[in-house]
Design a protein around this ligand. Structure first.
Ligand code: UN1
Length: 484
């Protein structure tokens, strides 16, 4: 990226404090204000947020109205919002770096992806779409701009009234994004922002019978809670579109190009401090080349700069908060006690940093859960056990991404056909799906589709188009008898 340009743009916001509050079509009732802290400097305040209350949720749902502008007008306004996002790049980078701990390349990627979602969904708007009604969009802190915007843009493109709940950790970037969409012309009754607690705001939103659907990205456990909450109002027609956790694997055989494997493993496992649901969690290396390849990998890990995301030299920033860091630290300590740590870096002792680490496992079945940080598990396999490796990965049922490095063409086809995952990547890294060209989404425990950034997404957020009526032919019993 163009770091000089980014540096100049975000420089205008050094030291500034930001604030966020519910943005509703009616007056806000809550006055509960909490600080927003910088994960890279545990003592630094980035700003503050006014949390929405259950009463605010009720009022917002009452005020929500579908967006009845023409298809052309909706598309024009979403495109205008995309322009506004680009024009405000510096402020977005400053907030993303300080509120979400995002490195500069990640900040740039987030803004790019958010803009792509706005433009791509604007282009998918058709004149015959009927909105579902009130859609709740619940987004994660790991892509607090891109996924936040993508969900909303998809729902708005279909003309729905959106009630957006950003992640607790990242209300500031959501507030700026919402303001820009409203200023671009989205009416306030069609887009309302409800920052707050999952247990208060998320729960009140998802169990309300006035809600016609929920779009969610986050953990599998939260998706299950939302599903139960939605079941309370017994509207079987209200869809839950979820993109959730992953236990993503990569298989590297003895024909792979080692330099490229190393580069792609480092990016897949450690970029964004491993805080992507697409990130590589379990690397399988063929025994014959493992010693050599892993030595190269550890060398590449040693070259990673871990530190303040404000610095353009930083490769790996902090994890999101103290709770996340604590959970990962105790997981790594256990592996250390069991003498399974293969390679480990050192992290700054200030802020919520986790040093990239490689941990030995015999296979993906040993992974207890998705560890959302820069923790890579490594297993070795013998060539003849390749089918067992594939079966073990499929058996976990967390199919979000899968990576394969091989130079044997027939093997590519065979493996790709066998793997039950959302996105497969061959001879490249397995993060960084691209809106339009690589729609992103998982299967089974990883989500319910349709893929974000894909052609079906907006249509799924509109009412289903009635299937052509097929006249049912009642076969009189007598005729059936005659046939037999
Ligand atoms: C996520 O981590 O929640 O492929 C989604 C990627 C992103 C999607 C990740 N575009 O890395």
């Amino acid at each position: 990226g163009d770091f000089a340009r980014i540096d100049a743009a975000r420089g205008a916001f050094v030291g500034q404090e930001f604030s966020a509050a519910p943005r509703l079509a009616v007056p806000v009732q809550s006055d509960e204000v909490v600080p927003v802290m910088n994960p890279a400097r545990s003592e630094e305040r980035v700003g503050q947020v006014t949390l929405a209350s259950a009463a605010d949720v009720d009022a917002a749902l009452g005020a929500a109205r579908v967006w009845d502008a023409s298809a052309e007008e909706r598309a024009a306004i979403l495109n205008r919002a995309a322009d506004a996002y680009e024009a405000n790049a510096g402020e977005f980078y400053a907030i993303l770096a300080r509120e979400a701990g995002k490195s500069m390349p990640d900040c740039e990627g987030e803004l790019r992806e958010a803009v792509d979602f706005l433009r791509y969904y604007a282009a998918r708007i058709t004149t015959d779409m009927t909105p579902r009604g009130r859609l709740v969009c619940i987004s994660p802190w790991n892509f607090p701009l891109a996924i936040f915007t993508g969900q909303i843009a998809g729902a708005l493109a279909a003309g729905n009234a959106v009630l957006a709940k950003p992640a607790e950790q990242t209300p500031l970037v959501a507030d700026l994004a919402t303001r820009l969409m409203l200023e671009a012309g989205v009416p306030s009754h069609a887009l309302q922002l409800l920052p707050g607690d999952g247990a208060v705001v998320g729960a009140a939103l998802t169990r309300d019978p006035r809600v016609d659907g929920v779009v969610f990205t986050g953990s599998t456990e939260t998706a299950q809670i939302i599903r139960r909450s939605m079941a309370e109002h017994l509207d079987p027609g209200a869809p839950l579109i979820a993109e959730t956790g992953g236990l993503n694997a990569m298989i590297v055989d003895s024909t792979a190009l080692p330099e490229q494997v190393v580069r792609d493993v480092v990016a897949s496992a450690f970029q964004s401090a491993g805080q992507r649901c697409s990130a590589l969690r379990c690397l399988y290396v063929q025994e014959d080349v493992a010693d050599h390849l892993l030595q190269m990998l550890y060398g590449a890990m040693d070259a990673l700069e871990i530190g303040d995301p404000w610095l353009v030299s930083t490769d790996v920033g902090p994890v999101i908060d103290a709770e996340a860091a604590g959970g990962i630290r105790s997981y790594v300590s256990k592996a250390r006690r069991e003498r399974r740590v293969l390679h480990e870096l050192r992290a700054p002792d200030q802020g919520h940093f986790i040093a990239p680490v490689a941990i030995k496992v015999s296979g993906i079945e040993e992974l207890e859960r998705e560890v959302f940080g820069p923790v890579l598990h490594i297993a070795r396999f013998k060539a003849r056990d390749l089918p067992k490796v594939m079966a073990a990965i499929n058996a976990r049922g967390y199919g979000l991404t899968f990576g394969l490095h091989t130079r044997i063409d027939d093997r590519v086809q065979e493996i790709v056909e066998t793997m039950r995952v959302g996105n497969t990547y061959v001879n490249r890294n397995q993060i960084g799906a691209v809106v339009g060209s690589q729609p992103f989404g998982g299967e089974a425990l990883s989500g319910t589709g349709p893929k974000a950034g894909g052609p079906e997404y907006v249509a799924r957020l509109a009412m289903p188009v009635a299937a052509p009526e097929v006249a049912a032919v009642d076969q009189p019993a007598a005729n059936l008898d005659a046939v037999q």
